[in-house]
Design a protein around this ligand. Structure first.
Ligand SMILES: *[C@@H]1O[C@H](CO)[C@@H](O)[C@H](O)[C@H]1NC(C)=O
Length: 162
């Protein structure tokens, strides 16, 4: 009996991945917990920002959206300068689709889904860091279904100005 439930639980995890949001253990790889390879085809989902330059402490609106009739169930998003995760997200507690995640010793420096509902788009606010210079790109993962996902999609560049 115990075995049966262990196997069942493992199968459920394998099929559904992280239905309640990505865990901090995938902050670096951005990989969902699914037994499949990322799609190699162009992504039907994209990451759009509302400005190309930003000053410390200012906000950027970031949109993760579908470009056609496809919907995504899960996502993970960070702002990076090269491989370093920078800035943080300001997410409303009442947004049922989005929650922040603390990655690699940071605080609220990533966002992920709260549920596996189909999403056409999510909108988030990102706050530029103090004392950091460089060019930021938002990097993200979109999960369409358990076995179909795109990893490492990027936005246009946003320069940090002082
Ligand atoms: C971009 O979005 C942020 C956050 O909502 C807002 O404060 C800012 O005014 C917007 N900038 C532009 C150029 O639309």
């Amino acid at each position: 009996m115990l075995h049966f439930f262990t196997i069942l639980a493992a199968a459920v995890v394998a099929v559904h991945g992280f239905s309640g949001g990505a865990p901090a253990s995938v902050c670096k790889s951005l990989l969902p917990g699914h037994p499949a390879e990322p799609q190699a085809t162009p992504s039907p989902f994209r990451i759009v920002v509302n400005k190309s330059t930003v000053k410390p402490g200012q906000e950027v609106m970031v949109i993760m959206e579908s470009t056609n009739d496809k919907r995504f169930k899960g996502f993970l998003l960070q702002a990076r300068i090269n491989d370093e995760i920078v800035g943080h997200f300001d997410v409303s507690d009442v947004d049922k689709n989005i929650q922040t995640l603390d990655c690699l010793g940071g605080s609220k420096n990533a966002i992920t889904h709260r549920n596996s509902d189909d999403k056409k788009a999510i909108v988030a606010k990102w706050i530029a860091p103090e004392n950091v210079k460089g060019t930021v790109k938002f990097v993200g993962t979109f999960v369409e279904t358990g076995l179909v996902f795109w990893v490492g999609e990027t936005s246009e560049e946003v320069s940090l100005e002082h």
